[in-house]
Design a protein around this ligand. Structure first.
Ligand code: GLC
Ligand code: CA
Length: 562
């Protein structure tokens, strides 16, 4: 099978995500900032990435670390000024690195001027910018649970009405049904495009259109109902994105990726359709969520390790079923996920480096645009938070309060074990630059504790070691830039019954790439390479044994027809 794929720069690019708060602090206040990013651009240039996705840097009271925006056209005080932003943008561009902004427009902060007006009275011109409902029998309009625990509705005294917040109560949802809201959002996006940014990662964009009946959701945890069926992929979401595309996106050459909670293959084929009428690609979550529900303690909270074959079945499905129809994004890590080497690999001293490289190979040889989350290129690991007082993430803090303190559904110890396994703060510990105090992240007191393993796992040590995870990622990026089969080749699954080895082929114009990854700490039989001649593009082992993959071994072989 051969697909003629339309070539675009963002299909050929490798993206690096920066979570600014945790990346690099330039002024000793313990908080990462824009000048800190600018200072470290040469490091990213050395890694070889093409694009930075910047988690939100807009003005924000920081209830959810910038995902609660109070002014879309200004910079968060903690992070610097608009001049610092412009400096970062032009320095990045001079190094050939593009900047993709996080667009958070499902909701604003409750401190945004629109919301301050909106809540004043029912006839305020901004009232209808948000989703207000009258009480039902003196209580919440329905049983929906917010994604950050508690009811998704908050009563407001001035009007006696409830407003909807799918996330924290400081993140009221915008009412996209109101054309004025869409005008405002599209104007703001155009303003950033005119500034010269290169794209948008769109926060929970699959949630902008709500089922206007606002019905009760199915029971979630015995306390509240699930809002997802009525807010994800809602009735008008494609209409809104097509309007956004017509009015803004189509006027620029942008990378666009929608964070699409609850997305199915069928929906993704619309969001990321090859005709380009909506977005370039979406982030799907199925491979991150294999333990939700039955296998978990409660909701997303678990201490278990996901099975490779489940993860593989999902990723293979996405590879095969988007072929020729829509473009995939590829990721293991982001600021909402635990560290991949701890989650899917083995972060022990013995296997950390090998398993981090194996996982990187497994993902980066697939079809789609790969995303690397800060520190992933160092093989950074989960950390251990000893108590909830060390945690900072509002999702963790609220879940702990609801499940442990208020409803006694889970013990504190079990909840901490879950947080240490899947909590978002694992990704948010400071970037480990060197072995000096606080990992070289700050000269002050970091806003969240540093992972104590920074003395051995850090960028300086990695750059001094030719066998480091860093140089392995560098090589994966270079390979993608050099070989069109890695970008455009058709994906063909192999060994789908094998419980230990994840293998596949990529095929393009007479080039065949064979990829095999051992996801275990035991040698595994694998005869895929026996009798094949070709060029080895990359492997985390220098020597191979015929018919066997060593523990966590990854191998990539290219055969080219004359
Ligand atoms: C997205 C972000 C997450 C944030 C949430 C609400 O899922 O990635 O960090 O908390 O949206 O904006
Ligand atoms: Ca700072």
């Amino acid at each position: 099978m051969q697909t003629v794929e339309k070539k675009t720069w963002w299909k050929e690019a490798v993206i690096y995500q920066i979570y600014p708060r945790s990346f690099a602090d330039s002024n000793g206040d313990g908080i990462g900032d824009l000048p800190g990013i600018t200072q470290h651009l040469p490091y990213l240039h050395e890694l070889g990435i093409d694009v930075i996705w910047l988690s939100p840097v807009y003005r924000s009271p920081n209830d959810d670390n910038g995902y609660d925006i109070s002014d879309y056209r200004d910079i968060m005080t903690d992070f610097g000024t608009m001049a610092d932003f412009d400096e970062m943008l032009s320095t990045a561009h001079s190094l050939g690195i593009k900047i993709v902004m996080d667009l958070v427009v499902n909701h604003t902060s409750d401190e945004h001027a629109w919301f301050i007006e909106s809540r004043k009275s029912k006839d305020n011109p901004f009232h209808d910018y948000y989703i207000w409902k009258e009480p039902r029998d003196g209580k919440e309009p329905n049983n929906w649970e917010s994604c950050f625990s508690g009811s998704a509705w908050e009563l407001d005294d001035a009007t006696g009405m409830y407003y909807l917040h799918c996330f924290s109560k400081k993140q009221p949802d915008l009412n996209w049904e109101n054309p004025k809201v869409r005008d405002e959002v599209f104007d703001m996006m155009t303003w950033w495009c005119e500034k010269g940014i290169d794209g948008f990662r769109m926060d929970v964009i699959s949630m902008i259109s709500k089922d206007q009946r606002f019905p009760d959701g199915p029971d979630k945890d015995g306390i509240y109902g699930d809002l997802n069926p009525y807010v994800c992929n809602g009735p008008r979401v494609h209409e809104y994105l097509q309007e956004m595309n017509r009015r803004v996106l189509s006027h620029y050459d942008l990378l666009t990726v929608g964070e699409a909670a609850g997305v199915t293959i069928e929906e993704a084929r619309k969001y990321a359709n090859n005709e380009g009428t909506e977005l370039g690609m979406v982030f799907q979550f199925e491979h991150m969520d294999t333990l939700q529900g039955e296998g978990s303690v409660i909701g997303k909270w678990t201490t278990k390790k996901p099975s490779m074959s489940k993860v593989r079945a999902i990723l293979n499905k996405w590879q095969v079923q988007l072929e020729g129809k829509a473009w995939n994004s590829l990721y293991w890590d982001n600021h909402d996920q635990p560290r991949v080497v701890s989650r899917f690999g083995d972060d022990s001293e013995k296997w950390r480096v090998l398993s981090a490289k194996m996982l990187a190979t497994c993902l980066h040889m697939m079809k789609g645009t790969p995303y690397i989350y800060q520190g992933e290129e160092l093989g950074m690991t989960n950390t251990v938070f000893e108590g909830i007082d060390q945690c900072r993430d509002i999702e963790e803090l609220n879940a702990y309060r609801q499940y442990v303190e208020e409803h006694h559904l889970v013990s504190g110890d079990v909840m901490m074990a879950c947080i240490n396994t899947v909590g978002r703060d694992n990704a948010r510990t400071p970037m480990q630059w060197d072995a000096s105090a606080n990992a070289g992240f700050t000269t002050g007191t970091p806003w969240i504790k540093v992972n104590p393993n920074y003395t051995t796992i850090n960028a300086e040590a990695a750059m001094a070691d030719p066998d480091s995870v860093f140089y392995y990622y560098q090589k994966l990026i270079r390979l993608r830039h050099a070989h069109p089969v890695i970008v455009y080749g058709v994906f063909e699954p192999l060994l789908e019954e094998n419980e230990a080895v994840y293998a596949y082929r990529r095929v393009l114009d007479g080039c065949v790439l064979t990829v095999a990854c051992n996801w275990t700490d035991q040698p595994q039989e694998c005869t895929l390479f026996d009798g094949l001649s070709g060029t080895e593009l990359i492997s985390n082992y220098k020597e191979h044994q015929a018919g066997v993959l060593a523990p966590y071994e990854a191998r990539v072989l290219l055969q080219e027809q004359e």
